[in-house]
Design a protein around this ligand. Structure first.
Ligand code: NAD
Length: 420
């Protein structure tokens, strides 16, 4: 049985930008605690048998931050560094993110401390099913809806769905999102985070009237999100992707990478390292390249007080969650580097997850063009809301996004009579 724990504070929500937003909204101390602390924290040990027949016990968590605006919603990651603090931070970011894009869902996150990359498919399936057996009573299409995150994928979500349906004894495809198309998934989900990020970047360039062509781009992370954006940018002559990296290495070519070629090299060899017509660089070198746009699409805490002063990009697009530490954020802000915050920039994934959930609830499925059109509309509106709010309060985009998100959460809490 999972245990309920007393919870730590979510790191990202105690950042200067989040605090500035709460000050601007005149939120008192009691309400602050309601907004910042998770509703529920569950933990469990998952007992798994490896392919070699060894019994292992894996720490696992589900943190439900807020359901004021709809069912809890958030990814599930299998990573060796996962801990309760990280899951809590990511859960709180989800609540604000769903509010920023105005979709009727709350925020949650799940994690299992295991190196997902080294699991066989059979082991990954055992971990996913054990996770549902541990936390299943807290999940459900109208309770809490997991999705893929680092080292989990559509197949993982199919196993989560199947185990959940065995548990409850009837069909409930809306219990997860990011499922394969053949298992009640949505068209357009795989590319949704990358496409949503690109829509936001396009809006920003128009808003700032940036006409330079092409803009040079470095992308940290060559997975679903980073690789997906690289592909989209390679098809758009306004951008030239000059560098991309993965856990092992990065590759750079000042005249522009052949993106499909580099990604094919990664599929073949497991890394972008030594891709043709480029030279290898380290991840830290990638972050400080002289480019117009730096895209962060790997993990948390990549830009820190140590490397922020050396970054040369003028625009940073946060496709990973919390990739810039709060200290680094202050340094970038002083240096007039424009950071497009995670709670806006990477929200495309949860928006199309929402579409998937709607389709599952209706048992009626949309064509990809409809998914893209609706995603574009939502990202356009969210960008406009954030820019308008940031400019009205004379704050940066991150603080502006927090004001938008928090004020929507506060409205729901008021209607519920939780606060007055
Ligand atoms: P993924 O596992 O497919 O890819 C992650 C990539 O990052 C891989 O290429 C990996 O090699 C690279 N990487 C890992 N550690 C690194 C490091 N220290 N330095 C450089 N590269 C490193 O995951 P993903 O789905 O692409 O997600 C990437 C990020 O985006 C995560 O932070 C995730 O939480 C966030 N995110 C994902 C979605 C989504 O829809 N998948 C939505 C919102 C946010």
């Amino acid at each position: 049985m999972p245990q309920t724990l007393s919870e730590p504070m979510g790191g990202a929500l105690s950042s200067a930008a989040a605090m500035a937003a709460l000050d601007l909204l005149g939120v008192d101390e009691v309400t602050r605690q309601l907004l910042l602390r998770p509703d529920h924290v569950y933990s469990a040990q998952l007992a798994i048998t490896t392919d070699a027949g060894r019994e292992v016990s894996l720490p696992a968590w589900r943190v439900q931050h807020s359901n004021a605006r709809g069912p809890y919603k958030g990814g599930l990651r299998f990573h060796p560094d996962v801990d309760l603090d990280e899951v809590t931070t990511l859960a709180s970011l989800m609540s604000v993110k769903t509010a920023v894009v105005g979709i009727p869902l709350g925020g949650a996150k799940g994690g299992v401390r295991v190196d997902g990359r080294n699991l066989s498919a059979a082991e990954r399936e055992r971990v996913a099913r054990a996770y549902v057996r541990a936390f299943g009573e807290y999940l459900g299409p109208t309770k809490d809806i997991p999705a893929p995150d680092v080292n989990t994928d559509g197949a993982t979500m199919a196993w989560v769905l199947d185990e959940y349906e065995r548990l409850i004894g009837h069909s409930a495809p809306g219990v997860t999102t990011g499922k394969p198309l053949g298992m009640f998934g949505s068209q357009g989900r795989e590319t949704a985070t990358s496409l949503g990020g690109k829509y936001v970047l396009d809006e920003l360039l128009d808003h700032l009237n940036i006409r330079k062509r092409p803009l040079t781009v470095a992308i940290q992370g060559a997975g679903n999100v980073g690789g997906g954006l690289a592909r989209l940018m390679a098809e758009d002559d306004r951008f030239q992707v000059v560098a991309i990296s993965d856990t092992h290495s990065g590759v750079y070519r000042s005249a522009g990478l052949d993106v499909p070629d580099v990604l094919q090299h990664k599929t073949k060899t497991g890394s972008v390292e030594n891709a043709e017509y480029s030279h290898n660089i380290t991840n830290s070198e990638l972050l400080t390249l002289p480019v117009d746009v730096l895209v962060l699409a790997a993990l948390e805490n990549q830009v820190t007080a140590t490397n922020a002063a050396e970054m040369e990009a003028k625009i940073v697009l946060e496709l990973a969650n919390h990739p810039v530490t709060s200290e680094a954020d202050d340094i970038l802000s002083q240096r007039n580097v424009l950071v497009v915050p995670d709670i806006l920039a990477n929200a495309g994934g949860v928006v199309v997850s929402y579409f998937e959930w709607v389709q599952n609830q209706q048992n009626f499925y949309w064509p990809e063009t409809e998914v893209h059109q609706r995603l574009h509309q939502i990202m356009h509106t969210a960008f406009a809301d954030v820019v308008r709010t940031a400019s009205a309060h004379n704050v940066d985009l991150r603080a502006g996004a927090y004001v938008v998100g928090f004020s929507r959460m506060l409205t729901a809490l008021r209607w519920r009579g939780v606060i007055h």
